[in-house]
Ligand binder design. Structure first.
Ligand code: HMH
Ligand code: TZE
Length: 221
């Protein structure tokens, strides 16, 4: 079994089923999700992508193989581009600006998820860092594909779905899966357990991120 399949089977199978039937996701394709929940999501995702980009730059710095350094560095730059382009167009459609993003700040789930990614990529091994960032790519590819099948009557939601359900994003994810599978042959048992823990933790954060948007979760105090 490949390392990526091993990680998914142990850490993502159940959570992924919960994600695709979460009311935020079903509301996107049915067009019933209220724009306020999607606004919350896009604003929080802007904060998330800024931190995610820096986490990917840390992964790039830890990689030894030149192709992997170059790939993660490219993805770090792309995450900033996605934040600027996809989001500014979506924010515009939703009547928001990047000043609103800054004024809102990151919510509790976003902050926790960003902190976990940053800490793991800064202090873990290369394989641990890859395992921590992998669900961000992989879950979005799977969700993007699923949503593309169902599509959405709402043009704002359809635009977002098209970005993550695209062939370009699929190719990005395939190359990260290939890097992960090559690492699988190198990691010993202790490090492997830590990889599993990071992968299942960030997978759960992916579910929590949608759930926070659905409930518009704010700091309690
Ligand atoms: C929360 C979250 N996870 C993953 C992605 C895809 O990179 C994203 N844009 N946002
Ligand atoms: C994973 C990911 N999500 C948005 S951008 C990006 C990096 C690859 O383009």
């Amino acid at each position: 079994m490949t390392f990526s399949t091993e990680l998914w089977d142990a850490g993502a199978t159940k959570v992924y089923d919960e994600i695709v039937r979460h009311p935020f996701i079903t509301g996107l394709t049915e067009g019933t999700l209220d724009h306020d929940a999607f606004r919350y999501f896009i604003v929080q995702d802007s904060h998330y992508l800024r931190a995610y980009s820096r986490a990917l730059a840390l992964v790039a710095a830890r990689a030894v193989d030149q192709d992997a350094v170059s790939m993660f560095a490219r993805h770090a730059a792309n995450a900033i581009e996605v934040e600027r382009e996809l989001h500014s167009s979506l924010l515009g459609s939703l009547g928001l600006t990047s000043a609103d993003v800054d004024a809102t700040g990151s919510g509790p789930t976003t902050t926790a998820y960003m902190s976990y990614l940053t800490a793991t990529c800064a202090t873990g091994t290369y394989a641990e860092a890859v395992a921590a960032v992998l669900p961000c790519y992989w879950i979005y590819r799977e969700v993007g594909r699923e949503l593309l099948k169902r599509s959405s009557p709402d043009p704002v939601y359809a635009q977002w779905i098209a970005a993550y359900g695209s062939e370009e994003f699929d190719a990005v994810v395939e190359s990260v899966l290939a890097v992960t599978d090559r690492l699988g042959a190198e990691v010993g048992p202790g490090e492997r357990d830590r990889c599993h823990r990071h992968f299942s933790t960030t997978t759960r954060y992916e579910w929590m991120f949608w759930d926070a948007a659905y409930r518009k979760l704010d700091w309690p105090i």
